[in-house]
Design a protein around this ligand. Structure first.
Ligand code: AMP
Length: 279
């Protein structure tokens, strides 16, 4: 496994790497969710490239950026065990040198749900991912269903900007209690972690209601909120959204496939999750 920190070296390494080349962008603090993406990439590519970069331009606050979990040493060990070929872990100034002000904005899809609460977030995401496409010229790229809106943003960027890369979405990997693996879970106390399975339980409860024929999104949202409300460890619900699976426009009646997604706080930790409601 080669670990590369400079764009120039990464371009050269990707130029000579056997093709097809599969890319998995991450922000590190790696876990089993990331691992399933690496495995998927390993199955069908001759070269697997993983980027580990905590992207400053997708964070709204400096405090959130600084407190994001980081453990490069452990990540490199993990990546070695996963059979990754190239790791790209550039510095902040390597990716965003002073004067680099270009941004990729994909419009409406990045302004709904999460984007409404975190202005500029998806612009930051699309910018870094497009930079990674340009540096690696990846044939395939792998993302997790956990970040459903991010996937739609990248899908638009790939199509709008004519990238040749093929995108794959891998199902969300969950713990025994249903909590989605997330780097941010590391910030939960043992007691908070024990109770956090309620997020999945709430989504599942709403999904079961939908599967039994209830298509009124307000009823589903209220049911999800009720279940979350049973657990006092959840300090604040930011949103429960039920939106069109393609456009992410909020639905009053769920008359087509939809995404139910939540964002909430457990103490100082913000967690997101989602499920698909398929018609
Ligand atoms: P992150 O490091 O959090 O930016 O995530 C990097 C990639 O891993 C993204 O495509 C995420 O959607 C994906 N990912 C994160 N958590 C999970 C999970 N629990 N299951 C599957 N994919 C995940």
């Amino acid at each position: 496994m080669r670990v590369i920190t400079k764009i120039h070296d990464m371009v050269e390494a990707c130029n000579i790497a056997p093709r097809p080349l599969g890319l998995v962008p991450t922000m590190g603090a790696l876990h089993k969710g990331h691992q399933s993406l690496f495995q998927k990439a390993r199955e069908s590519n001759r070269s697997v490239v993983v980027s580990v970069f905590v992207n400053p331009v997708q964070f709204a606050s400096q405090a959130d950026f600084e407190s994001y979990p980081r453990d490069m040493e452990k990540d490199l060990e993990f990546l070695g065990a996963c059979g990754v070929d190239l790791v790209f872990c550039p510095s902040q100034t390597e990716m965003f040198p002073i004067g680099m002000e270009s941004r990729v904005n994909v419009g409406g899809i990045g302004e709904r749900i999460e984007g409404k609460l975190r202005p500029g977030h998806f612009e930051g995401v699309a910018t870094i991912v497009c930079k990674l496409f340009n540096v690696t010229r990846a044939d395939r790229v792998y993302f997790g269903q956990k970040d459903a809106q991010q996937n739609l943003v990248i899908k638009h960027a790939i199509s709008d900007l004519n990238y040749a890369v093929k995108m794959f979405v891998v199902p969300t990997v969950r713990g025994k209690d249903g909590l989605a693996y997330s780097s941010r879970n590391a910030s939960l106390t043992a007691m908070q972690r024990k109770k956090a399975g309620i997020i999945y339980e709430a989504l599942l409860t709403a999904k079961k209601l939908f599967d039994s024929g209830e298509f009124d999104s307000e009823k589903l949202r209220n049911e999800a909120k009720r279940v979350i409300g049973l657990e006092p460890v959840i300090s604040r619900i930011e949103y429960v959204s039920i939106a069109d699976l393609v456009t992410l426009e909020e639905l009053v009646t769920i008359n087509r496939s939809a995404l139910i997604s939540v964002a909430l706080w457990i103490g100082g930790t913000r967690l997101i999750d989602n499920l698909i409601l398929s018609h």
